[in-house]
Design a protein around this ligand. Structure first.
Ligand SMILES: Cc1ncc(COP(=O)(O)O)c(C=O)c1O
Length: 418
């Protein structure tokens, strides 16, 4: 991605600001979809909203044909708002409120059930609404996805899903079969995020398909879909990452092999988030000062972990460049610091960059996923705006910068304190 538009966008919208590239999102989506659908025509892609729920991006992906993988009532509402039908939305969470279950039931959303207790609660909600709800169960396959521990979800010890080992997953299907208001549609797993190796996905696919075969044998059950979740990582730092094509080749061959013994072909559902939007977005931030201390040089930005939390939360690496200086040699070493009043708010340590000065514009790359979506107002800083560079070469503001009014909204000072 070149620096075109960035000075202009910063001048128009101020900094920090998130910038997304429409053509890149479309390209990523199509590469992912074609890799799987080209090998397994009964493929359905549900974009994982948690990666980035900006309405414009969700609408763009709907236009491309993506359904929605949601993890809260808010995300269900977002998917409905952009016009998705309930049948194209799946709702997963380890802890769903009754209000969220009601919303899912009323909107015809497929509920991905996480526990036996939740199964009972959902049956009750559906019965009260006199509706039939389509369900799957989230399976915990007990697999090490070889990623950061905070985003590993398929481990035996994680809080997610029902376990095959010990029999609770089979018991869940057995009980669900008896329930009047629930219709068993599928099986689901999501083993983690930022996974760059195909082998954990292959292992998960194998375990899920083996379990689908067990469901057929034990309960004469036929599933409409097998959902393998999301998790495909991107190379943030030139590391080797499995491509959608390589991943699809490995996973689809396992699924196809199992369909022979199953005797039927379920749909294959996938929930990519990061892969679709991560490298299609960047965070633009202005250098406020460059400080020299006895041990280092520090670039102080107007963004912080309130804007992009990944480096502080996961020690994540993001490529950093300086607008207008990409051709220059990286001659200096800097710590790139955020503006939050905490020592942990550092975007990069000892990063080699061209000589950088106050007023320069810094690009933090690959920030399209889990960037804005995880941002906060910590330190009383209003949320940043978002801009979409359209495929026709124009750009549009897709979210306004918040003002202090937004921070005060809904707050009250008791009369005696005024
Ligand atoms: C249930 C579920 N599906 C899909 C995803 C998307 O993962 P990723 O953005 O790594 O593709 C997540 C994120 O962790 C998730 O929790």
């Amino acid at each position: 991605m070149d620096d075109r538009f960035l000075e202009e966008i910063a001048a128009d919208s101020g900094t920090p600001v998130y910038v997304y590239y429409e053509d890149r999102i479309i390209r990523n989506y199509r590469v992912f979809r074609d890799a799987f659908a080209g090998r397994y025509p009964k493929t359905k892609i549900l974009y994982a909203y948690k990666a980035n729920t900006s309405l414009a991006l969700c609408a763009l992906l709907k236009k491309e044909g993506a359904g929605a993988d949601t993890v809260s009532g808010g995300e269900i509402e977002t998917a409905l708002k952009i016009g998705l039908a309930g049948k194209d939305i799946i709702y997963s969470s380890n802890s769903k409120t009754v209000e969220e279950l009601r919303l899912a039931v009323d909107s015809g959303v497929t509920v991905n059930v996480d526990s036996l207790e939740e199964l009972e609660q959902l049956e009750l909600v559906a019965a009260k609404r006199k509706k039939t709800t389509s369900i799957s169960f989230r399976i915990n396959p007990g697999i090490d996805p070889k990623t950061h521990p905070k985003i590993a979800t398929g481990l035996k010890s994680s809080k997610f899903g029902l376990h095959i080992v010990g029999g609770s997953a089979l018991e869940a299907y057995r009980r669900a079969k008896e329930m009047k208001h629930l219709e068993i549609a599928g099986i689901h797993t999501h083993i983690g995020s930022q996974i760059t190796d195909a082998s954990p996905f292959v292992e998960a696919a194998d375990k899920l398909m083996e379990f689908a075969a067990l469901l057929k044998k034990e309960l004469e059950m036929r599933l409409d879909y097998v959902d393998l979740g999301g998790g495909l990582g991107i190379p943030y730092h030139n590391e080797k990452a499995v491509t959608p094509d390589e991943l699809a080749q490995a996973v689809v061959s396992v699924v196809t092999e199992w369909t022979k013994s199953l005797g039927y072909e379920p749909e294959l559902w996938l929930e990519p988030g990061r892969y679709i939007v991560a490298n299609a977005g960047l965070l633009l931030s202005r250098v406020q000062t460059v400080k020299t201390t006895p041990c280092k040089k520090i670039i102080n930005l107007d963004a912080g972990f309130n804007t992009l939390i990944r480096p502080a939360m996961y020690d994540a690496y993001h490529r950093i460049t300086v607008v207008g200086k990409t051709g220059e040699t990286a001659s200096e070493k800097y710590d790139v610091a955020g503006s939050v009043c905490e020592s942990g708010d550092i975007f990069a340590k000892d990063r080699e960059l061209p000589k950088t000065e106050a007023g320069d514009l810094i690009v933090i790359h690959d920030a399209g996923a889990y960037g804005y979506a995880m941002a906060s107002r910590y330190n009383s800083r209003p949320m940043p705006p978002e801009v979409l560079i359209r495929k026709n070469g124009t750009y549009e503001n897709i979210r306004e910068r918040e003002t202090m009014k937004d921070l005060y909204r809904g707050q009250k000072i008791p009369k005696d304190l005024l």
